[in-house]
Design a protein around this ligand. Structure first.
Ligand SMILES: C[S@@+](CC[C@H](N)C(=O)[O-])C[C@H]1O[C@@H](n2cnc3c(N)ncnc32)[C@H](O)[C@@H]1O
Length: 463
């Protein structure tokens, strides 16, 4: 691949992604704008000051050509996005087209064993999941992680519940993927244990201060003739172990009797337990606050601990991690700390500057590559039909009906027989019915005929 480890691209990620090799990336994390209808700006006086990005979307923001390409290559997904437009408006359609064309590229460049994490929130998560199921296949959905980023303590909560969580979708490209269970196992923490568990782990060994619980060492069945039936600390039982093993455990101080006469039990030290496996609700990684040491003021900067968990769980040292919306490059810093290779992409010129200074501050000074170009494109199959489809927002220019890309025909507004040309400003897309209705006639005549027939502006869409 024409891209080296530790590269930051300052560019629109679509251009860069289109030039990356198929099946080349092990792990992708993306934290794109969430369609929150606002502009984010870095705090004044912080290292990131000057950085900003917008998070409101209109169809004018889109590249019309890729709009058409999506409709051609993924008609079902385009259909679902059109449904989102009906219930949520044009802004959602624009946002989902922007996300879908990038997600198709991300899927292509992910290795067959790779994993992708999409960070979003309830502004668009319900539509994004439909998009992900369509691009990755519903069977490759692995988790919807709820990350509790804050606990709201102020603000007007009289009318509802605080929205304190983000959503992170995990999808794999196939059913063979990297999963490191240790990265999602956290040590037991007395402060977070429930009352019942606390009572269970209440015992403290006076000599060492270590906490322990005790578990039974008696056998399920009682067999007086068994060699497992013998006396321990004045109690005769059928035990789980033979006598020699029992004597060793007693000598090691691992057998306790809570009161004289009670059945002896085995000590299990808390610090020897493997820890607790996380589920899909993550409440143990707080978001950055104004006082957090790692905060550099970049809008929506994510905590390193979150990225380290994700990278640790779904990649191995040496793997290539990509963040196509890398912001202040939190993913790149986390990947560097975990000995992974990384590539970051962001429109903001601040990303390169910030990742460089973040790595320097941590004394991980490495050569970072800053590119403003895009890797070489293998194929270019966009046509003017794709662009026209985007310009017309997927609707026939006659009856104004949403029509699948393949059923659209390029028409010369002024027919060639009447000296019309092939120049872009004389071209339009019509559905097959309108195209044959128009023939060599003028556009005005077509519209009049449609009006006379009462068939303009029908909202019919069939894939
Ligand atoms: C939510 S922020 C990412 C924050 C990041 N996770 C961090 O911890 O700093 C989204 C980023 O996407 C970038 N962005 C938006 N559209 C983009 C595009 N088409 N190509 C590349 N970057 C884009 C913005 O500049 C912004 O930095």
């Amino acid at each position: 691949m024409d891209v080296k480890n530790r590269t930051i691209f300052e560019n629109d990620n679509l251009h860069v992604l289109r030039g990356l090799d198929t099946d080349s990336i092990d792990l992708i994390y993306l934290d794109p704008p969430f369609n929150s209808n606002r502009t984010f700006e870095a705090s004044v006086g912080t290292e990131a000051a000057g950085a900003s990005f917008k998070d409101f979307w209109t169809l004018e923001d889109l590249d019309n050509t890729s709009h058409g390409e999506l409709a051609e290559s993924e008609p079902e997904l385009y259909h679902a996005i059109s449904a989102a437009e009906f219930s949520h408006g044009k802004s959602m359609k624009a946002y989902l087209i922007m996300m879908s064309i990038r997600m198709l590229e991300l899927f292509r460049i992910l290795k067959p064993t790779g994993t992708l994490y999409l960070h979003c929130d309830d502004n668009a998560s319900h539509y994004l999941k439909i998009m992900m199921d369509s691009v990755f296949g519903k069977d490759n959905f692995r988790n919807e992680i709820i990350w509790q980023r804050a606990i709201t303590t102020k603000g007007n909560l009289k009318k509802g519940l605080a929205r304190d969580a983000d959503i992170i979708f995990r999808y794999s490209k196939s059913d063979t993927y990297v999963w490191n269970v240790e990265a999602v196992t956290i040590p037991y923490d007395m402060a977070n244990l429930g009352e019942k568990t606390k009572r269970q782990y209440y015992c403290v060994e006076p000599e060492t201060g270590r906490r322990f619980s005790h578990t039974s060492i008696t056998a399920q069945t009682h067999d007086p003739d068994s060699h497992l039936t013998y006396e321990v600390m004045g109690v005769i039982r059928t035990w789980r172990w033979a006598e020699a093993r029992m004597r060793r455990e007693i000598a090691a101080g691992r057998i306790v009797q809570t009161r004289p006469g009670n059945v002896p039990r085995y000590k299990r030290y808390l610090d020897e337990q493997k820890g607790k496996r996380l589920n899909n609700i993550w409440v143990d990684i707080p978001n950055l606050t104004a006082r957090s040491k790692e905060r550099i003021g970049y809008p929506t900067q994510k905590p390193l601990a979150l990225l380290e968990r994700i990278i640790g769980a779904s990649s191995t040292p040496g793997d290539i991690v990509l963040d196509p919306f890398c912001g202040c490059a939190t993913t790149c810093v986390a990947a560097e700390r975990l000995q992974r290779q990384w590539i970051g992409i962001d429109l903001s010129p601040k990303s390169f500057e910030l990742v460089k200074s973040r790595l320097e501050q941590r004394r991980i000074i490495k050569q970072i590559i800053h590119r403003t170009d895009s890797p070489k494109l293998d194929k270019q199959n966009q046509t003017y039909k794709h662009t026209l489809f985007g310009i017309q927002e997927g609707k026939c220019n006659g009856c104004q009906t949403l029509v699948p890309f393949r059923n659209m025909t390029i028409d010369c507004v002024v027919a060639k027989s009447k000296e019309g040309t092939d120049a872009p400003d004389n071209l339009q897309l019509l559905c097959s019915a309108c195209s044959s209705m128009k023939g060599n006639r003028t556009q005005e005549q077509l519209i009049q005929t449609l009006k006379d027939e009462g068939s303009s502006n029908e909202e019919v869409y069939e894939v």
